[in-house]
Write a protein that binds this ligand. Structure first.
Ligand code: NAD
Ligand code: TYD
Length: 340
């Protein structure tokens, strides 16, 4: 049995990855490490907690001694790092925790990998490290050799971690891979992000705050397709390499919000155009040719199907997100969107 240490498993993509492995990889056991920030939720992991192949540690990746003790006790075969501060708007408000978790936390994890015999390390990164692309050049896509040009404190912290991970490979020979994925959507996404925020607000007949004119473009990928890509990279990816992961599915924010209104039978008059995000990236678009050619990965879920499944999930799992939007998050929402 192969033992994977998965950090950030109580968050959106980490939890989907945990369930992907439990449901599809009987040869894998999982040690999950998560400090349970506002974005981590134990109710997300309820089913995993009942599985004998799953162990959970509440642990901050910035805490060297705590991380070392887990590596010593569990002796994982590989580490996949999802743990991060992930919301761009929060990084604009207060960058510090982003640098501490997203850069120094990654250093702690990789030092533990080195100290325990050179454990395989996979860094889950984002297409946001490349900065943005113009709206009027649909021919331009991010490839793995596009220069890093991060715009927000969040993306700058992720770019820092990518460089550090590749430097640990070059300098110490640590077996590292990095994946840079486009925007994910699907079950268990925290309702501060575009798609679940719009679903939750629409269901409550609250206004739908679209930044600027809603013309910014993101390349949306169903979360399970991202999980499959990471699993493939762990199995067959070339050490020291970066893999772009993307859905070939570029959409303007306004079109997504209108589609959600339509699917939930809510009026478009709920849409409110609010002050734009500072430094707002115009367009992200990934060229996934390398992972397709080398590992045979391809996005399997069409957006029309993925968004239906996602909306269905939020309708069927109201207690999961209603508990979030009524708690600490409410204060964040009021602060972030008041006078916007
Ligand atoms: P999320 O915010 O939903 O979850 C992050 C998880 O990390 C939470 O469970 C949180 O408790 C945990 N965490 C945060 N700080 C920690 C710390 N110091 N120690 C231990 N645990 C900590 O994030 P997500 O959307 O699931 O993203 C996961 C990863 O994927 C991130 O690294 C992110 O940069 C990357 N990514 C996300 C997207 C996307 O669209 N969501 C796209 C590309 C890449
Ligand atoms: P988000 O889900 O925060 O992801 P990212 O910024 O990492 O791409 O935002 C996706 C897009 O939606 C981005 O262009 C900002 C926009 N957006 C809104 O228009 N309104 C909102 O309330 C939020 C959260 C995002």
């Amino acid at each position: 049995m192969k033992k994977l240490l998965v950090t950030g498993g109580a968050g959106f993509i980490g939890a989907n990855f945990v369930y992907y492995l439990l449901d599809n990889r009987p040869d894998v056991s999982i040690v999950c490490v998560d400090s349970l920030t506002y974005a981590g939720n134990m109710s997300t992991l309820a089913r995993a907690m009942e599985d004998s192949r799953f162990t959970f540690y509440r642990q901050d990746i910035r805490d060297r001694a705590g991380i070392d003790a887990i590596f010593e006790a569990e002796k994982p075969d590989a580490v996949v790092n999802f743990a991060a501060e992930t919301h761009v708007d929060r990084s604009i408000e207060d960058p510090e925790i982003f640098l501490k978790t997203n850069v120094l936390g990654v250093q702690v994890l990789m030092d533990a990998c080195r100290a325990h015999g050179g454990i395989r390390f996979h860094q889950v990164s984002t297409d946001e490290v490349y900065g943005d692309l113009p709206l009027d050049r649909p021919d331009l896509l991010f490839t793995e050799s596009t220069p890093l040009h991060a715009s927000s404190p969040y993306s700058a912290s992720k770019a820092g971690a990518d460089l550090l991970a590749l430097a640990y490979h070059r300098t110490y020979g640590l077996p590292v891979t990095v994946s840079r994925c486009s925007n994910n959507y699907g079950p268990y996404q925290f309702p501060e992000k575009l798609i679940p925020l719009m679903i939750a607000n629409a269901l409550a007949d609250k206004s739908l705050p679209v930044y600027g004119q809603g013309l910014n473009v993101r390349d949306w990928l169903y979360v399970e397709d991202h999980c499959k890509a990471i699993d493939l990279i762990l199995e067959k990816g070339r050490i020291g390499e970066v893999y772009n992961i993307g859905g070939h599915n570029e959409m303007r924010n306004i079109d997504i919000v209108k589609l959600i209104c339509q699917a939930l039978d809510k009026p478009e008059s709920l849409i409110t155009y609010v002050t734009d995000r500072k430094g707002h990236d115009l367009r992200y678009a990934i060229d996934p040719a390398k992972i397709h050619a080398q590992l045979g990965w391809t996005p399997e879920t069409a957006f029309a199907d993925g968004i239906k499944k996602t909306i269905r999930w939020y309708l069927d799992n109201r207690p999961w997100w209603e508990q979030i939007v009524s708690g600490e998050y409410k204060t964040y929402y009021e602060r972030m969107y008041a006078n916007r």
